[in-house]
Design a protein around this ligand. Structure first.
Ligand code: ADP
Ligand code: MG
Ligand code: MG
Length: 205
């Protein structure tokens, strides 16, 4: 199965809508263990992404992802903008000139994006961050490839977002709380689950 650029644009528009709908919820999550702006930061960033990608005709996945990433880096003040942004910029670099990509190539994009997040954030899986959803999603897609069941993939990303409740934050603002961060969901892990849920829904349709 090929993932077309049209589907990728639809994914990003759907994700942007979902993040906007969940703006207060994401902000509430960040009020508990951060500074209460995650929903505001990310919905503003994705609104900018939507207006940028809707004003251009893309026939190159690399260019599309570069536009997404650089918009997030430029327009979002908090940690989440550069973190999401670098993943799209660096992860998308290998997809220059491509009008459609395979699931394996999409998995590669995620793995490279994760490497970029790790190097920018000096973080790894288990720190209670976006990585605790991005990494299991990337592994899941790599393992299942063309046989991926999209409904199961959605469950998989939410299960991992839920698991961040049990983790102690050791990176980002939530790490200031130490043990007191345990028992709360990581806002970035939840927004990442919305992002990937939107992708899997788009591919299932
Ligand atoms: P800020 O913390 O600057 O207010 P946001 O509230 O928008 O930014 O985003 C917070 C989210 O960013 C966290 O929930 C976490 O998932 C993610 N995050 C923070 N620091 C890191 C890091 N070093 N590596 C990976 N993700 C991080
Ligand atoms: Mg915040
Ligand atoms: Mg902030």
């Amino acid at each position: 199965m090929a993932i077309t650029i049209k589907q990728l644009v639809l994914w990003l528009e759907t994700a942007s809508q979902r993040i906007l709908q969940q703006k207060s919820y994401l902000t509430e999550l960040d009020q508990a263990i951060g500074d209460g702006d995650h929903g505001i930061n990310l919905s503003r960033g994705f609104q900018e992404v939507t207006s940028r990608i809707q004003s251009t005709e893309y026939d190159d996945v690399g260019q599309l992802f570069n536009a997404v990433g650089s918009t997030l880096i430029q327009k979002v003040g908090g940690a989440s903008g550069p973190i999401y942004g670098i993943a799209f910029v660096k992860g998308g670099a290998a997809l220059k000139g491509r009008q459609e990509i395979t699931i394996a190539e999409f998995s590669q994009f995620l793995h490279q994006g994760i490497a970029a997040i790790k190097s920018l954030g000096k973080s790894e899986e288990g720190n209670k961050t976006v990585l605790d959803v991005w990494a299991p999603v990337a592994s899941y897609l790599t393992e299942n490839g063309e046989n991926t069941d999209w409904a199961k993939a959605i469950d998989h990303c939410w299960e991992h977002a839920e698991k961040t409740k049990d983790l102690k934050a050791t990176k980002g603002r939530a790490s200031y709380l130490g043990e007191r961060s345990i028992g709360h969901l990581d806002p970035g892990a939840v927004s990442s689950a919305y992002l990937f849920e939107a992708l899997f829904q788009t591919l299932a349709d």
